[in-house]
Write a protein that binds this ligand. Structure first.
Ligand code: PMV
Length: 332
């Protein structure tokens, strides 16, 4: 039996990934930039065991259902790379709501890629790990790294240039990211389906793809300069542009609820009052707000008072995916 445990964190996209250029290899139509989130974690244990007749996937203590098939397909990739035949038992836990726009698939597949490859006896480079994690979920390619991260669109058909890399380490810029949770329900349309619908039916799709390189270049510069106003303005723009594409699909995709919109307005109201706070929203109803550490208290208070905001989670730039020492956890 060969086991490994890994921990990884979700990330929030500052320049959004929305749309694929290849569905099988999970290659993005546009590059993206994110910040990995401290505190929120997925912990995943993988154990290859020759006595198992099939892969066993336990998520939050329960059999993985649909997620189980996705994990098994991912394990097939790892088995192919490592020349391993055995099935595996996978146990995974999150300490945040699953499937509601907190990018749980990002931390899930980053942790799974690291734990499964180590359990199968492979030691991949970070770039190789990012390329592998991408196959499970696009945004997982970014959660392999800590801090500020860019995932390259790449040009190649085999996806070997569609990896993520770090732009700035997590301790290089002390920002806060406050997550306003407005619903814990799973989202009605998953990101893969939403992206395909957007690509195939939104009249804004070509403009979205064409505008991506300039957005990425501007964000790269703003992050290098640690310019919160610029990063925030670009992040809001990319968020609203992505949602405009999704909303203009047929049928239109509306990932927001009333509290999402109210929180967005509250953030802009804060700015009018002189507080540097900026929102972004992924394919779900939660609002993530970027701010300077000195303003965190005020922003948290305002977000917490928005009707429909259930709770506000404190985060900031967090670390890369990493292995847990099995012995320290007292498991064998
Ligand atoms: O990684 P996926 O397939 O769950 O897609 C994530 C898409 C967004 O969260 C909406 C944007 C992003 O860049 O993370």
């Amino acid at each position: 039996m060969h086991a490994a445990i890994a921990v990884a964190h979700p990330n929030v996209a500052l320049v959004k990934y929305w749309g694929k250029r290849d569905r099988v290899l999970n290659l993005p139509a546009v590059g993206s930039i994110s910040v990995t989130l401290a505190g929120l974690s997925t912990v995943t244990r993988v154990c290859f065991d020759g006595t198992l007749e099939r892969d066993e996937v336990i998520v939050e203590g329960l059999p993985g259902g649909e997620a189980g098939a996705r994990v098994a397909a991912f394990l097939d990739l790892v088995r192919g790379m490592a020349g391993v035949d055995a099935h595996a038992r996978v146990e995974s836990r999150n300490d945040f709501p699953t499937g509601a726009g907190l990018a749980s698939s990002a931390s899930a597949f980053a942790a799974l890629a690291l734990a499964a490859t180590r359990a199968a006896g492979l030691k991949l480079s970070r770039r190789e790990l990012s390329i592998l994690a991408r196959r499970g979920s696009g945004s997982a390619a970014r959660s392999v790294f800590g801090g500020f991260v860019e995932w390259h669109r790449g040009e190649r058909g085999d996806g070997l240039d569609a990896f993520a890399e770090q732009l700035l380490p997590e301790d290089a810029w002390p920002l806060v990211v406050l997550v306003a949770v407005t619903s814990q329900m799973p989202k009605p349309v998953g990101s893969t389906e939403g992206m395909e619908l957007s690509r195939l039916t939104s009249p804004f799709w070509p403009a979205w793809v064409e505008s991506a390189p300039a957005m990425l270049a501007a964000m790269r510069e703003a992050i290098a300069a640690r310019d919160l106003a610029r990063v925030g303005e670009l992040a809001e723009h990319s968020c609203l542009a992505m949602h405009a594409v999704a909303m203009s699909a047929r049928p239109g995709l509306v990932y927001w609820n009333a509290a999402t919109v109210a929180a967005m307005h509250a953030v802009r109201e804060l700015r009018r009052a002189g507080v540097e706070a900026y929102f972004t929203v992924d394919a779900g109803p939660q609002v993530k707000v970027l701010a300077a550490p000195g303003d965190a208290g005020r922003v948290r208070e305002v977000l917490g008072a928005v009707p429909g905001v259930e709770r506000v989670i404190d985060s900031g730039p967090g670390p890369e995916a990493r292995l847990y020492d099995e012995a320290r956890l007292g498991r064998t």
